[in-house]
Every structure is written in C-alpha cells, then in structure tokens.
Design a protein around this ligand. Structure first.
Ligand SMILES: Nc1nc2c(ncn2[C@@H]2O[C@H](COP(=O)(O)OP(=O)(O)OP(=O)(O)O)[C@@H](O)[C@H]2O)c(=O)[nH]1
Ligand SMILES: [Mg+2]
Length: 448
C-alpha cells in the first residue's frame, strides 16, 4: 500500500485552468468520495462533474482516473481540471486533503516514478531541467536526456567496465586458468577507450552548464561609459536608468537575454570609481566582487575620452577572465590607442547610434557556442552532481589503468574498478543513498 498524495500541478495565479493531481492506491476511492458524477468514471476517460464537499459544491471540473502501472508514477493517478486562479485550485486540493490524501512533497510524483523504475535518475533530473529551461536549446537537451540519451551512454560504459571487472575477478580466483581472461594489454586498451568516453562526457559538462545556467555576463567600467545603455540596447527595452550623471547605477541589475538559444545572464553594475557616497561605494564593491563569478566580462571604455588608470585597473581586475573590451561612444571620436590593447578582443561601438552591437553579439556567440556541437544529436551532462560522479569515476579508472600498467596486485585493480562502477551507478541512481535522493527531489516544484 502506498500512501496517497496530492498537489496543485499548475501555477497558482490568474489562469483559465488549474490542475490538481493525486497519486497512490487510494486515489480512485478519494475521487469517488468528492466527485458528483462517480457513476460515469471510467479508466482513462475524462468525466464531467463537480467536486463536492458534503452538500457544498467546490468547483465544476473534468476529472480523469488512470489506473497504474501505465501512469507517470506507475501508481493509480487522478487528475482534476478545475478553474484557474488562486481559490478554485486550493479549494479542490483542500477537499482531497480532507478526504484522506496527504500533501505531496516537492518532486514526490517524479520520485515515485523513479522509485517504481519508470525513470532513472538522469531522466528524473531531466524533468526538472525541462521545467527550468529558459531557452529552446536547454529545453532540447533536457528532452534528449529525458528520452534516456545520457543513461544509455553511461549504461554502455558501465557494461564495458563489468566485462573487464569480470575478467579480473576470474583471474584473481583462478590464476592458472589463462584462456578465459583478457591479457593486461587488452584490459589497458579497453579501459583507455572507456576513459576517453568518460573524458568526453566530462567535457560536455562545460557546455551543459552554459545551456542550463546561461553565461553570466558582467558589464563593467567607469561611471558614465554607457554600461546601462548597453544593457538596455541588448535587451531592447529601457530596463536600467540611463542619465549623463556619473554614478547613476548604484546596485547591480540582472536580466536574461536569449541570444539565439544561448541564455546570457546580463549584469549591469555601478560604475567603478572611488566615491564618498556610501550607497554608491557598496555598489562599486559589489561590482568588483561579481567579477570572480562571471563567465564573461564586458569592459566598457569611453572612446571619446581615451584610456585612463581606472580603465587599466578594471582590465587588471578581470585578468584571468574571458573578456571583451568595448570602446563606446565612438560617435564622439576615438582617442584610444588600440595598439595598447592589442592583447585583447576589442570592439568599437556607438550605443547611441546603434553601431557595433551586432558584432558584439556575434563575437559572444563565437566564444561560447559552436553551433555544430550544439545542434548535433549529442546530449550533455548538465548538472554538477552528474559531473562530480563522472570526475570521480575518471580518477578511479585512471588509477586502475596505472595499476595494470605497473603490474601491481590485481586486487587493487578490482577495488578501483568497483569504485568506478559505483560512481557511474550513482549517475543513473542505481547506487545512491536515500538522503541524496531526498536532496535531489527537494529541488523540484510541488506537483511534479
Ligand atoms: N554619444 C554617446 N553617448 C552615449 C553612448 N552610450 C551611452 N551614451 C550616453 O552616456 C551617458 C551615460 O550612459 P549610462 O548608460 O547611464 O552609463 P553608465 O556606464 O551606466 O553610467 P553609471 O551607471 O553612472 O556608471 C548617457 O547620457 C548616455 O545617453 C554612445 O555610444 N554615444
Ligand atoms: Mg549605469
């Protein structure tokens, strides 16, 4: 017997419809208690009626009952399509709670799908990514992962490792029996292939991070160089206040831009200078701190005034960062000696006259985005948890290979291979603890 849980699965707010969902052994029974038209209910068929609480009508709805195991959770599922807004959905939910269902935890529906074997962990995580995606490309990647592209890759690696492990164990247990086992050289060459595959999955993680989280792009520079103007021009809206008074922006402003499927998380900052103004000073400190977190730093310079020490100081602060130097206000003349900046990527713009912005966007795309790679059918490792297990698996495998090459005890090789296999199992969820599972699913929204 599983307990029966329920939740609102749609956004609570002004909307035409809302969906309340329930899963567990008692789902049908509870629906029958609260549904006016229970006699017409049939498996997998939408039925019209009212949700009732005693003699009170709660809402006019469509309800469907789906018998497990061919459902999202593999258990019996009920969905009630009621009116949207904030009242109807809550009232329907309350009625279910009153009649024996309990409130679902975040991600509990998907967790049940995982525990009942319908999804593995990479697929369950893909559900979360799918909901969270804010560009089409991130969405497509999640969809591939949901269909099992990452699981099947990891599964193949897992399978190949077991072959080597089995041969190693046979060799340990029956040292005289040489026919059935792989030679050391054969093992090393197989394991090297597997190591390469894990390595390329790890590399895909960098791209996956960009897809999932976007590129954190910091706009930084002296006061009044046009940082907020750049933010507005890229977003094509007047998001930040622009004036000719230096020190206009005092706090950081963050907005997302979809650059042909690549999410840029743009951050406009307070112009960097020494200032007596306390509020502005906090903004300046914050701007400097943001540099360490950024994936890309756009440093704005004022072409009409030339370079000064403050500019050089800002460039230095972003020394180890991917960056683009933007000489702005070239409509007022260009006094910066570009030779002094020859080590950097430099662009000229006039935000006022809308010049150079296309070039800037193209350059960013070139830097982060290899269209051939992204549009291929490959899927990417998209989260830190998966990447962490892959890195550990890589290290264990590396050490197994060097043990084999140095002809040390096979028992040590066996240990490393086992540890490597265990790490891979954690990616798909075969070998993972309850506490970790709880943590993963707690990131979900309620009702999924
Ligand atoms: N002529 C000219 N003026 C520009 C250009 N870009 C921005 N400006 C003007 O420069 C002034 C400052 O622009 P902002 O975008 O507020 O500058 P900021 O870097 O955000 O300034 P702070 O927030 O004070 O650090 C405004 O009057 C803009 O209209 C440009 O390309 N050419
Ligand atoms: Mg500003």
């Amino acid at each position: 017997m599983t307990n029966t849980i329920c939740a609102i699965s749609t956004m609570v707010g002004r909307a035409g419809l809302g969906i309340v969902r329930m899963t567990g052994d008692d789902s049908l029974n509870i629906l029958q208690k609260v549904f006016s038209n229970k006699k017409d209910l049939k498996n997998r068929q939408m039925t019209y009626g009212h949700i009732i609480d005693g003699d009170k009508t709660v809402d006019e709805v469509l309800a469907v009952y789906m018998e497990g195991p061919r459902t999202y959770t593999c258990e019996d599922v009920v969905e009630i399509y009621c009116h949207g807004g904030i009242v109807a959905v809550r009232e329907v939910l309350n009625t279910l709670l009153k009649n024996g269902a309990s409130l679902a935890e975040p991600g509990e529906f998907t967790k049940r799908a995982f525990l009942n074997g319908r999804l593995d962990l990479t697929q369950a995580e893909a559900v979360l990514d799918l909901i969270d995606s804010n560009t089409k490309m991130a969405y497509d990647n999640s969809l591939k992962q949901l269909e099992g592209s990452l699981s099947s890759k990891v599964g193949k690696i897992h399978h190949d490792l077991i072959t080597v492990l089995a041969s190693t164990i046979t060799e340990i247990d029956f040292p005289e029996d040489e026919n059935d086992t792989l030679t050391n050289e054969e093992k090393v060459s197989l394991l090297r292939e597997i190591l390469d595959e894990i390595g390329s999955l790890i590399k895909s993680g960098q791209r996956g991070k960009v897809l999932r989280e976007g590129i954190k792009t910091l706009i930084i520079g002296r006061p009044n160089v046009g940082k907020s103007s750049l933010l507005n021009a890229l977003l094509k809206e007047n998001r930040a206040i622009v004036t000719d008074i230096p020190g206009t922006t005092r706090d950081t402003i963050e907005e997302t831009l979809d650059l042909d499927g690549l999410a840029l998380s743009l951050i406009d900052t307070a112009g960097i200078r020494d200032t007596e103004d306390q509020v502005e000073q906090i903004g300046v400190t914050k701007a400097r701190e943001e540099i360490s977190q950024a994936d890309l730093v756009l440093i704005l310079l004022d072409g009409s005034t030339g370079l000064n020490d403050e500019d050089l100081d800002i460039i230095k602060a972003a020394a180890d960062k991917e960056k683009i130097l933007i000489i702005n206000k070239v409509d007022l003349g260009q006094k910066i000696d570009k030779d002094a900046l020859k080590d950097y990527r430099v662009l000229e713009t006039s935000i006022k006259e809308n010049k150079g912005l296309e070039d800037l966007q193209d350059l960013i795309k070139d830097l982060f985005f290899d269209e051939k790679i992204y549009s291929s059918s490959e899927s990417y490792v998209s989260n830190i948890r998966q990447l962490d297990h892959l890195n550990k698996a890589y290290d264990y495998l590396n050490s197994a290979i060097s043990d084999l090459e140095q002809n040390v005890f096979l028992d040590l090789v066996e240990v490393d291979l086992n540890l490597c296999i265990e790490e891979l199992g954690k990616i798909t969820g075969q070998s993972i603890g309850e506490d970790i599972l709880d943590r993963i699913f707690s990131e979900f929204c309620i009702g999924k």
